[in-house]
Design a protein around this ligand. Structure first.
Ligand code: MF3
Ligand code: CO
Length: 249
């Protein structure tokens, strides 16, 4: 069942989204060679507490951290750790913020120091892919239109879209309907309606789209060792189109 949200509920989620977006803007300033994802984890925990918000991922299905921190060939759900980031790395920080019971979810990939032209291209295409998906998120379109636009664009740039992890409805729990794949066929899937709130969060790989799971049971990485990037926003559908609840202004 897809739960449609009232304007009031969307307003509440927007507040969570604003805190999340400002947290990402602070993280952007911290990222440089030598910093660890453990320091970022501590920063986020602290930042959310100071803003009267809480990290919803911590304790979710046994996940132990406020953030997911996925480095280089890690696609998603990397654990924060005390290993310094190096020049040329990329890192995706993903988090869900709870503010007064309303949630927002946003992941962002960051370049550490100077990255290769190939990595830079990956980051640019992945971010652009997110916005191509958002563009399709208008009432009357179907969920498949989002994935199709993303896949078509990413593949036209010679990169691949991960199939094993997808966007999702979100509200007072992290994962709701609808499922939002980042690949697929136009005109397929549920009709997009005013009041839907969901994430779009394409994970894009330089090489093959296939994933493999680490022994920790959480962290997914590329099978061929190529780098993977991800950008994610939480969006709300209004009659006039999508509003980005996690936009970094
Ligand atoms: N933020 C993630 C998403 O985009 C969910 C993370 S799962 C968790 O769907 F267990 F790590 F919280
Ligand atoms: Co997320």
């Amino acid at each position: 069942m897809i739960v449609l949200k009232s304007q009031r509920e969307i307003e509440a989620m927007k507040k969570a989204g604003e805190i999340l977006a400002s947290c990402h803007k602070e993280i952007a300033k911290l990222i440089k060679p030598g910093i660890t994802t453990w320091e970022i984890e501590e920063f986020v925990d602290d930042f959310l507490r100071k803003n009267n918000a809480s990290p919803e991922q911590k304790g979710y299905k046994g996940y132990e951290f406020a953030t997911c921190a996925s480095i280089n060939d890690e696609i998603c759900h990397g654990f924060p750790r005390k290993e310094p980031l190096k020049d040329g790395d990329i890192v995706t920080i993903d988090m869900v913020v709870n503010y007064n019971g309303a949630l927002a979810d946003s992941a962002w990939s960051y370049a550490v120091g100077n990255v290769s032209p190939e990595t830079d291209h990956l980051l640019k295409v992945t971010k652009e892919a997110l916005y191509k998906g958002i563009e399709q998120s208008v009432p009357g379109n179907r969920i498949g239109d989002i994935g199709h636009a993303i896949q078509k664009y990413v593949e036209s740039e010679g990169l691949s879209v991960v199939r094993d992890f997808i966007g999702h409805g979100i509200g007072t729990v992290i994962h709701e309907k609808p499922d939002v794949p980042h690949y697929g066929l136009p005109g397929k899937g549920p009709r997009i309606k005013e009041g839907m709130v969901f994430t779009i969060e394409p994970m894009v790989n330089i090489g093959m789209y296939h994933t493999k799971m680490d022994l920790n049971g959480w962290t997914a990485r590329t099978v061929d060792g190529t780098y993977s990037a991800q950008y994610e926003h939480t969006i709300a559908i209004t009659k006039d189109g999508p509003i980005i609840l996690t936009e970094q202004k």
